[in-house]
Ligand binder design. Sequence first.
Ligand code: UT7
Length: 332
Amino acid sequence: MNQPGVGVAVTGTGSMVPATSLSNEGISSLVETSDDWIATRTGIRARCLAKPEETLASLATQACRKALDMAKLEPTEVDLILLATSTPDDLFGTAGLVQAELGATQAVAFDLTAACSGFVFGLVTAAQFIRTGTYQNILLIGADVLSRWVDWGDRRTCVLFGDGAGAVVLQANDRDQLLGFELRTDGTQNKYLNLAYHPEPKELLPEVTIGQNTFHPITMNGQEVYRFAVRRVPEIIEKALYRANLTVDQVDWLLLHQANQRIMDAVGDRLGIPAEKIISNLAKYGNTSAASIPLALDEEVRRGSIQPGHTIVASGFGAGLSWGAAVFNWAR
Ligand code: UT7
């Protein structure tokens, strides 16, 4: 698509993680585990955890400010704020709080929930508003504070997750730099990874009983999710590249959801993408869910390794189960 002003360009990135870092040694004093087990099985060495007063909205807002600065855009010029998260401050939506903190008075703001695929799903969703000519300047955020919902007594899950936020600015552009994408969901496998609401019956009147309670911490069948990721992610990347009319050797950077280094290595192997093209920062942050892709993107852009015109294939996967891939050029 090359019509004037309805192409999509990624023109700014920003990220923010909480200041508190918990090392594998630290986590070994909470549950029976070790730095060696965690590092060997996952590649994770530490994770950042939000303090009680650190909100999802505040992390997201700080990431947005940096992304807007890079794109040289004022908050008041933003048309849409799309917040991909599974850990809202408010179940009615947290994007509005980000809009208020930013002072993005002209922006409509809403949340999108697709767990660790949220950023890629959000990228494609945001692109539709640009391609239809509806909006010109969009802030897309991937942010999660999973520490709120982790069972800190369950060593199978608590060692994996961390908190963080990443944001990108998407702008209308003559040249469309979102080159291809593919999204998938398989709800029949929802049981393998969830953060589910567990209702308790509450009788209001003899003939009126409702359910009221809260969400239970994250449960995951790690082996099933691992198998799913290693099989489905290479497949969907190949589909997205096909739609972009590109071959694997034309990819400059493979940017996967940061869940497990072994998954990233296996996906790279299957696709024939060498290790030096695979972006990885999960040693420092663990799995930050919807934040992991924009956080890693921002670090590499600021480091200067991602250069203007580079082709990036990003792929998110996780709860739903959901998975998706998007191929785009870095515009600046
Ligand atoms: O963002 C969502 C996407 N999520 C993922 O991508 C997660 C995908 N899955 C994984 O990354 C891996 O399955 C894990 C890292 C979660 C687990 O690695 P694994 O190699 O599949 O380990 P396992 O579940 O097969 O467990 C092997 C052993 C078990 O002990 P036994 O039964 O063999 O005696 C576990 O009890 O390791 C034990 N174990 C641990 N030991 C020390 C499990 N967690 C721990 C731990 N420390 N933290």
